[in-house]
Design a protein around this ligand. Structure first.
Ligand code: SAH
Ligand code: SF4
Length: 415
């Protein structure tokens, strides 16, 4: 590392310790990414909102402190191309010192904005039928090797009740896109779970019409997870036959306007992705002002068209998590199962660099193996109750603890 870079790091570290504000110098922007016009061409194009926000009128551009990207307690209202470039430069940080500094900043930011408590959400994977054909996913419609299952509403309620008895205060219901469950079926299941106690319900059932989301919200659903997967519209189109990033963003905007706490996120290491794509992924999370963001590595599934591509890089996934924590200090950031699948210590690692949520699997054992989004999921090792006792012990060794609250959005409390 040059002397200048070292001085800059020392100054940044001191600034951060004194102010709690992370700074990144423009000097680190790699030449290949510094060209705004070039980046502008590949900029997200799907919706007006995104497009305008990424190309604001220069006169309304927020002050960024002489070209520095500075996060403050109030955050930015809008993101500029320069912000995307700055995010990319952080992802590019490669010296040990730079990386160490970013990780320390993310951990301190997590502590300062969302505290030491870790929210535990019990996830029930209630159906592996899917009418979509995402190229990376083992549940895709054209994977005829997979034995399909559906849990009945009674089974879902029984699994939820077990979870609540074990101490979970959020139940997450996830499935492939399976229209076998009508909107009113889902609404009834949500009502049933809400009747079991003071718990939050998160749905992750894919794309539906706004009116259907409205019915689910009226039934009591609190949150919705729908990852945008990749912010590159062309890559999105190739990976999701018949679908578009624009449709995905429209769903996310509908969910937001209906009052759901909204979680999105993306996959690191998709074939065709590069660092500027990941920077755009993080910028999009910021633009959508999400309450939660799941960031996990790609894991190839043998029965998909992209089976032979390599898995996503663990270090880059962690760096993406770190930068997301700095960009969205109030967000709930789960430790993804995909990360824990690639690294046995993945949970601990992610918790120490920005993560504050764990989602143990509480699906009945007989169905677990069949929810094979990718092979050998770490969640197969979770005991039937999700291993809440082991998690509590692990957190203790880290000076952290299981939250006693439902873990509602910190962003919402701030609004
Ligand atoms: N059908 C719903 C929810 C289930 S899929 C939906 O698509 O929103 C849940 C998540 O699994 C997806 O959002 C995707 O990010 C992730 N996923 C699917 N296949 C994957 C793979 N091969 N590697 C890593 N993550 C994958
Ligand atoms: Fe279906 Fe979701 Fe898998 Fe896509 S990612 S194939 S929508 S389960």
């Amino acid at each position: 590392m040059t002397l200048n870079a070292r001085n800059r790091e020392a100054r940044d570290r001191q600034d951060f310790q004194q102010t709690g504000v992370a700074r990144v110098c423009q000097g680190r922007v790699p030449a290949t990414m510094a060209n705004r016009d070039e980046l502008g061409k590949t900029v997200l194009t799907p919706g007006e909102l995104i497009d305008t926000a990424l190309h604001p009128d220069e006169s309304t551009e927020p002050a960024t402190g002489q070209g520095r990207f500075v996060w403050t307690e109030t955050g930015y209202d809008r993101l500029t191309e320069r912000d995307v470039t700055d995010i990319a430069s952080m992802l590019q940080a490669c010296s040990e010192g730079e990386t160490e500094l970013l990780f320390a900043q993310a951990d301190q930011t997590r502590k300062r904005f969302v505290g030491d408590s870790v929210h535990i959400r019990g996830i029930i994977e209630f159906s592996n039928y899917c009418m979509r054909n995402c190229l990376y996913c083992g549940l895709r419609r054209d994977n005829h090797k997979l034995r399909r299952y559906r849990m009945t509403p009674d089974e879902i309620l029984a699994a939820s009740e077990n979870g609540i008895r074990r101490g979970y205060r959020t139940i997450v219901l996830q499935s492939g896109e399976d229209l076998h469950y009508s909107t009113s079926d889902i609404a009834r299941i949500v009502e049933g779970i809400k009747g079991l106690g003071d718990v939050a319900v998160t749905l992750s059932v894919g794309e539906r019409a706004r009116s259907e989301y409205a019915t689910m919200k009226s039934a009591g659903a609190d949150r919705f997870l729908l990852k945008h997967e990749t912010a590159d519209a062309e890559l999105y189109r190739r990976l999701h036959p018949g679908r578009s990033l624009e449709m995905r963003i429209e769903c996310l905007q509908n969910l937001k306007s209906l009052g759901f706490q909204v979680g999105s996120g993306f996959i690191v290491g998709l074939p065709g992705q590069d660092i500027s794509t990941i920077a755009r992924d993080i910028a999009l999370l910021k633009l959508l002002d999400v309450d939660m963001a799941g960031i996990g590595p790609f894991i190839p599934h043998p029965d998909t068209p992209i089976a032979l591509y390599p898995a996503g890089d663990v270090a880059m996934t962690l760096k993406a998590l770190v930068v997301t924590r700095l960009a969205l200090p109030h967000a709930n950031l789960p430790v993804t199962t995909a990360l824990a699948t690639l690294r046995p210590d993945g949970r601990k690692l992610a918790l120490s660099c920005g993560g504050n949520v764990i989602m143990p699997n509480i699906t009945p054992a007989k169905y677990r193996k069949l929810y094979e989004i990718y092979p050998d999921s770490a969640s197969l090792k979770d005991p039937e109750d999700g291993g809440i006792g082991e998690i509590a012990l692990m957190l203790e060794t880290m000076g952290r603890r299981i939250s006693q609250t439902k873990g509602d959005s910190f962003r919402r409390k701030r609004r």
